[in-house]
Design a protein around this ligand. Structure first.
Ligand SMILES: Cc1cc2nc3c(=O)[nH]c(=O)nc-3n(C[C@H](O)[C@H](O)[C@H](O)COP(=O)(O)O)c2cc1C
Length: 156
């Protein structure tokens, strides 16, 4: 967990299907409130669609260098109170599995969700939690800073 970084530069080496499968499995096995599993995942390999998604991202102009993007889609009807929590955990679980396989990801949160949702064919009861570009890191950045434990912990 301490080694993981958000990766924003990828090599051209394709991500093998068995690795994608393991990342999807990590998402599938995520916990969720009342085990509702209010999610589905869209694996995007179409380079043209990835380019269009890249344009919909606010801080994601590197997405088009990824050979695969996984969209994590929440079902608002299935878990109206919990869908963001549940699918955020899916995303992190996928990020950690990818990292364990030597594959970089970056959570894309800032995007035009209407545009990206239309590109992906989402329904009105669905929410696009994130799109995760996947690829082998072209470079691994140094760690970003973290608050010190004594700044964020109290005991009662
Ligand atoms: C909810 C969320 C939304 C994020 N949105 C973006 C984004 O739109 N674009 C981006 O480049 N990084 C995004 N990030 C990545 C963060 O910037 C990154 O996790 C943070 O700077 C810490 O760096 P690290 O992941 O390398 O530890 C997002 C991360 C989270 C958890």
């Amino acid at each position: 967990m301490k080694e993981r970084r958000s990766i924003r530069a990828f090599t051209q080496e394709p991500v093998p299907d068995d690795a994608i499968q393991m990342i999807l499995e990590a998402g599938r096995w995520c916990q969720s409130a009342s085990n509702k599993q209010p999610w589905r995942f869209i694996v995007v390999k179409d380079a043209e669609l990835i380019k269009k998604l890249c344009k919909a991202a606010t801080y994601g102009n590197f997405i088009d260098k990824a050979s695969v993007v996984i969209a994590i889609v929440a079902n608002k009807k299935t878990a109206p109170k919990w869908y963001i929590y549940d699918t955020s955990m899916v995303s992190h679980q996928m990020c950690l599995m990818a990292w364990a396989l030597g594959i970089g990801t970056c959570w894309i949160g800032a995007m035009d969700r209407d545009k990206a949702g239309t590109l992906l064919g989402l329904s009105s009861h669905e929410f696009l939690t994130t799109i995760l570009p996947l690829g082998y890191p072209a470079s691994i950045p140094p760690p970003t800073s973290r608050k010190k434990l004594d700044e964020i912990i109290s005991y009662k």
